[in-house]
Design a protein around this ligand. Structure first.
Ligand SMILES: Cc1ncc(COP(=O)(O)O)c(C=O)c1O
Length: 432
């Protein structure tokens, strides 16, 4: 293999049909894609189908899917119970501009499982859920400012952009960004200072208890301190559990035992269909009650029946046993992959929690603890990603991985063998 860093696929991969699609797609979509996060050089491979934990591209290559659409497919692809529920609902109609029983079922499952969520609203994405949660916090407190974690991803809108340190970005008014500040995860003193600095304009502290970028886990003390500081300053605490919900039946907040005022959800709760939800105390959420609330929340496809039935089935199947099984698979993958990396000539580590894992490069052997420690744009990671594709493993370009219930121990063995071969490819590629 040669030239992977300059943006070509390894020579032993067949990618002709994907190349043809990529060429045509650039004529209708910028960069030939409709989602910045799935782009990679020389072009993203076009997928044809998925089944269980396997993905197939249009050239007939098969991959073990460790990306699972960025952690959303908790049951992998085309889980029969979910496809059956979708097919049955499609016959009955997809969306009605009216409440459905399926909305009742899915909202009840979530409210039963997540103690802090007394009332919730559905959206079509996690980004919208965060947008609405922030709006709810501002309306409830009558304040404007928010504090987030540096590197925390909450969707593609300006005020919650991942890295505030990088500046507002083109087209974003400074005024908008002046209402947001960020601190490093687990920096208790930094959080205290930020709350102090914002003063009585603080509407909300928003954080992922487990940050998708890097799979960095918040210390329980840090979450408790955020709770304490929010209470002291009269702000709301929002946990974005779009990714971390899969780590406990009641989300990571249930594991940590810290209760936020508002929670945002997405990904796994839609069973593979577009989804988001935000919810929390009835006191805050009743602002959306049209009988007496002042807050508008519309959305043509909110709570559409297809998403609802897929989500209901997905959560029914994601019971405690299923969760513990998938957590064990993830823990094994992380541990054994880390051993492979430590024993290799690459400067790389794997970290994880439960069914989530993350690859880290250029760490000088250390396990990263803060967002500042991450090298998400590492050149070796770019090579690794491309070599993994050649070995039939599908991961995120930034290194996040997740398990699905479609996997068993044999799939983990196979993934580890393929990842060990990936490591050897990269070593050869680098000539080390
Ligand atoms: C923690 C978190 N919040 C919000 C979002 C945005 O969700 P969506 O992509 O559905 O808009 C994501 C997406 O990856 C996420 O990881």
């Amino acid at each position: 293999m040669s030239g992977s860093s300059s943006g070509t696929f390894p020579g032993d991969m067949s990618t002709d049909r994907s190349a043809g699609f990529a060429d045509r797609m650039t004529r209708t979509m910028p960069g030939g894609d409709t989602r910045s996060s799935v782009y990679y050089k020389p072009f993203p491979l076009t997928m044809a189908s998925g089944s269980g934990c396997r993905l197939h591209d249009v050239d007939g290559n098969e991959y073990i899917d460790l990306l699972n659409n960025f952690t959303s497919l908790i049951h992998g692809h085309a889980r029969p119970e979910i496809t059956e529920a979708l097919a049955a609902q499609a016959e009955l109609g997809t969306v009605f501009g009216a409440p459905t029983e399926a909305q009742l079922s899915l909202s009840s499952i979530i409210c039963d499982r997540v103690e802090s969520v007394e009332l919730l609203r559905f959206t079509n994405s996690g980004s919208e859920a965060v947008l609405m949660a922030v709006r709810a916090a501002r309306a409830h407190t009558g304040r404007s400012s928010i504090i987030k974690l540096e590197g925390g991803y909450h969707g593609s809108w300006e005020q919650v952009q991942m890295e505030l340190a990088r500046g507002a970005g083109p087209g974003v008014p400074e005024q908008v960004m002046s209402m947001v500040s960020s601190v490093q995860m687990n920096d208790l003193e930094g959080l205290g200072r930020a709350v102090e600095a914002v003063g009585d304009d603080l509407a909300a502290i928003i954080m992922e208890p487990v940050m998708g970028e890097g799979v960095l886990v918040a210390d329980t003390d840090f979450l408790r301190e955020a709770r304490r500081l929010a209470d002291r300053s009269g702000a709301l605490l929002i946990f974005d559990e779009v990714i971390s919900f899969r780590l406990g039946q009641g989300g990571y907040q249930g594991v940590a035992g810290v209760r936020p005022d508002l929670t945002t959800l997405g990904k796994v709760i839609g069973g593979g269909m577009p989804v988001g939800a935000f919810g929390g105390s009835s006191e805050v959420m009743s602002g959306f009650d049209p009988r007496n609330g002042m807050l508008e929340h519309a959305g043509t496809y909110n709570g559409n029946a297809m998403t609802m039935v897929a989500g209901e089935k997905a959560l029914e199947l994601f019971d405690r046993d299923a969760q513990e099984r998938v957590d064990r698979l993830g823990e094994r993958l992380t541990k054994e992959l880390d051993r492979i990396l430590v024993d290799s000539r690459l400067d790389a580590r794997a970290i994880g929690i439960g069914s989530l894992a993350h690859l880290h490069f250029d760490t000088e052997g250390a396990l990263p603890e803060r967002f500042d420690d991450l090298h998400l744009e590492s050149e070796t990671l770019v090579r690794f990603h491309r070599a993994a594709l050649a070995e039939g493993v599908f991961i995120a370009t930034r290194g996040i991985m997740s398990m699905s219930t479609a996997m068993d121990e044999g799939d983990v063995d196979e993934a580890l063998e393929r990842l060990a071969r990936t490591v050897r490819r990269v070593e050869n590629d680098l000539g080390i």
